[in-house]
Design a protein around this ligand. Structure first.
Ligand code: SF4
Length: 215
């Protein structure tokens, strides 16, 4: 069974105070850059994306240029990020798709998830950071941490549905807190509650977590 609402709220408050500076750290100057960088941030960190994005946008500043760029040139720039071949293809293709919306980034979930390489997680980041529309991005860290803490009903499934996690978390927390809580959970997952060997001994939720590994 899912953890009681009061317990979830208490644990979230503890995490917030433990990671007060957690936030999206992608550098961007416009919504196109935000969209591209968020796609590039899959399976890597914002910091690494920030290292390659200046060269990328200097070479191809707008979707018009990115859509016509030779794939190998994009690949060469983003190579340090890993998965660079599929990411290069995604950002080139999605840039071309933006022609249908007058070269503007769509401001809706439906419009965003139609773009190549954009899932609900990426769309929620773009909506929250680029359009001030509340969104709760659920990535692999958020899914893992909230399963261990039993914050959603699919906590015992090996592959819980991110859309279900998103819907259930959104029903517990107020919209204005969604994006920052997602960032907090991501940082907590990266720093302490790792996929392998979570550092339970230094976890602020050690006394509350049903998954805790002692000793
Ligand atoms: S006690 Fe361990 S498993 Fe539970 S939330 Fe903390 S780090 Fe993760």
């Amino acid at each position: 069974m899912r953890a009681p609402r009061e317990k979830i709220l208490k644990e979230a408050a503890i995490l917030r105070s433990s990671f007060p500076d957690a936030k999206c750290t992608i550098n961007f100057r416009n919504r196109f850059e935000l969209l591209v960088c968020t796609v590039l941030s899959a399976q890597t960190t914002d910091k690494r994306v920030n290292l390659v994005s200046p060269a990328l946008f200097s070479a191809f500043p707008r979707p018009q240029e990115m859509s016509k760029a030779p794939l190998e040139e994009i690949e060469n720039i983003i190579k340090p990020l890993g998965m660079y071949k599929s990411k290069a293809e995604s950002i080139k293709t999605l840039s071309g798709q933006l022609e249908q919306t007058g070269w503007e980034v769509p401001g809706s979930m439906e419009g965003l998830v139609r773009l190549r390489g954009v899932g609900r997680k990426t769309a929620n980041v773009v909506l929250a950071e680029g359009f001030s529309v509340p969104g709760f991005p659920v990535d692999t860290h958020v899914a893992r941490v909230t399963s261990r803490l039993r914050w959603h009903s699919q906590w015992d499934k090996p592959h819980p549905d991110p859309a279900v996690i998103e819907r259930e978390l959104c029903s517990i927390f107020p919209p204005k807190s969604w994006i920052s809580l997602s960032c907090t959970l991501i940082e907590f997952g990266r720093e302490i509650c790792h996929a392998k060997n979570p550092e339970c001994g230094m976890c602020p939720l050690m006394e509350l977590c049903p998954f805790v590994k002692r000793g």
